[in-house]
Design a binder for this molecule. Structure first.
Ligand SMILES: [Zn+2]
Length: 238
């Protein structure tokens, strides 16, 4: 990907970060300082952002390492301000394999959330976190909640989210692949319209942007399958 800096290589897969990620870090620092926070608050915000993106990288490795078990390579994993992208050489056409590859990413966040929950329970901080969830829980509590949001958001049954692929794989267990894709793409577009409508009513410009992203993603996936091009796993919002 152009404009991406290589961070390193893990398990033979290049991990890189897009330069626009620096804008996100700058924005996090800015909102903390603007709201009267100290430098320590801003650093904590940056640390939380980096921790979230570490969870995102682990999510992408969930996809990449599961795909490797089926003989599919990953060109690279790139971090963008909107989330992570694992560029798999292709998606498996076998619906059972696709189900595992697509589901592995969110499964990583489930495991992380459970592990964070276990740490909070064992250190006696879980109850206070649930009490104070709306006023800002501790660092680990926030990370736990963000992992839960990542699971729910990524499992929305809409391309290009993982949930869209899970839905297509489930449909393809019973119906032909291209037809399953078309149905899953239609489901994604219905969800995109619903998201877009909520975004306008709230109003929430970010929700409208996500809706446009999902809508075009669903169309692109339907076209891509019909032309049998290489698959790209995208994970927005992570
Ligand atoms: Zn994913």
């Amino acid at each position: 990907m152009r404009g991406a800096w290589q961070l390193g290589r893990v398990a033979g897969i290049v991990v890189q970060v897009h330069w626009t990620f620096a804008l996100l870090i700058g924005w996090v620092v800015m909102i903390h300082l603007r709201d009267g926070g100290s430098v320590a608050d801003a650093l904590r915000g940056v640390a939380l952002t980096l921790a979230v993106f570490l969870c995102v990288v682990l999510h992408e490795f969930g996809h990449a390492l599961t795909a490797r078990r089926f003989g599919i390579g990953t060109r690279d994993i790139t971090l963008l301000p909107i989330g992570g992208v694992a560029r798999l050489d292709r998606m498996p056409r076998d619906p059972r394999q696709e189900l595992l590859v697509a589901g592995a990413g969110p499964a990583v966040n489930v495991v992380l959330a459970l592990a964070l929950g276990a740490v909070l329970v064992l250190t006696g901080r879980y109850a206070s976190m649930m009490d104070a969830a709306h006023v800002g829980a501790g660092f680990l509590g926030q990370l736990l909640l963000i992992n839960v949001v990542l699971v729910v958001f990524n499992l929305l049954p809409a391309f290009p989210m993982d949930g869209g692929r899970v839905l297509r794989a489930l449909l393809a267990l019973r119906w032909p692949y291209v037809r399953a894709t078309r149905w899953a793409a239609t489901a994604g577009q219905v969800i995109a319209v619903a998201l877009g409508f909520s975004g306008v009513m709230l109003p929430s410009p970010i929700l409208v942007l996500i809706a446009l992203f999902v809508f075009s993603g669903a169309r692109a996936e339907a076209r891509m399958v019909e032309s049998s091009a290489a698959a790209v796993l995208r994970d927005p919002g992570e």
